[in-house]
Design a protein around this ligand. Sequence first.
Ligand code: E4P
Length: 218
Amino acid sequence: MKIFLDTADITEIRRAADAGLIDGITTNPSLLAKVAGDREPREIFAEICEVVDGPISAEVIATDAAGMISEGRKLSGLHENIVVKLPLTEDGLRACRALSGEGIATNVTLCFSTSQALLAAKAGATFISPFVGRLDDVGHDGMEIIAEIRQVYDSYGFTTEILAASLRHPRHVLEAMLMGADAATLPSKVLYQLLKHPLTDRGLEQFLADWKGSGKEL
Ligand code: E4P
């Protein structure tokens, strides 16, 4: 399963990329607004593309299909790794069909049901982003739609990749893996929660203390 970092923060991105922990990046307008300051979005995306050699999702702001197509072409022109992120609306799916037809990679976002995911796949989406945590927030079992989408895509032979999104804790990531998601996008906090284990820390401490006691050097 591919791991993407869900952030536009270049410091977080460099740390995870330097450690070889991530395969790509997802951003959204909220994440971009947090880091933008006086910089243009294109500068931020260019910087991210220099650091990470993998899919970088950049979301459109327009809400009409023509506007999304035009923004999508511009974003895609910034770098070959840019994936144009489009909302799961009627206009978003029109734009997805048009951009996919031009060979532009797309990520259809804000997916909250399996039927929405079917429509995105039929529109040629490269990735579908079901938002697990936000479904949990309103009393559903968000992970269920990952399993359902996997079943539907496999039954009908869709190649759209399932990108589990809005993951809030390591258990979400584990379940996404078990459900057969192709990728998961995580905030930094969850990425490092995956890495850390108290028994690893305790074990290492013990190994080093025992070795020190031997008085030898490697
Ligand atoms: C994914 O593409 C979204 O940017 C993200 O996962 C949303 O997560 P949130 O629900 O924690 O904001």
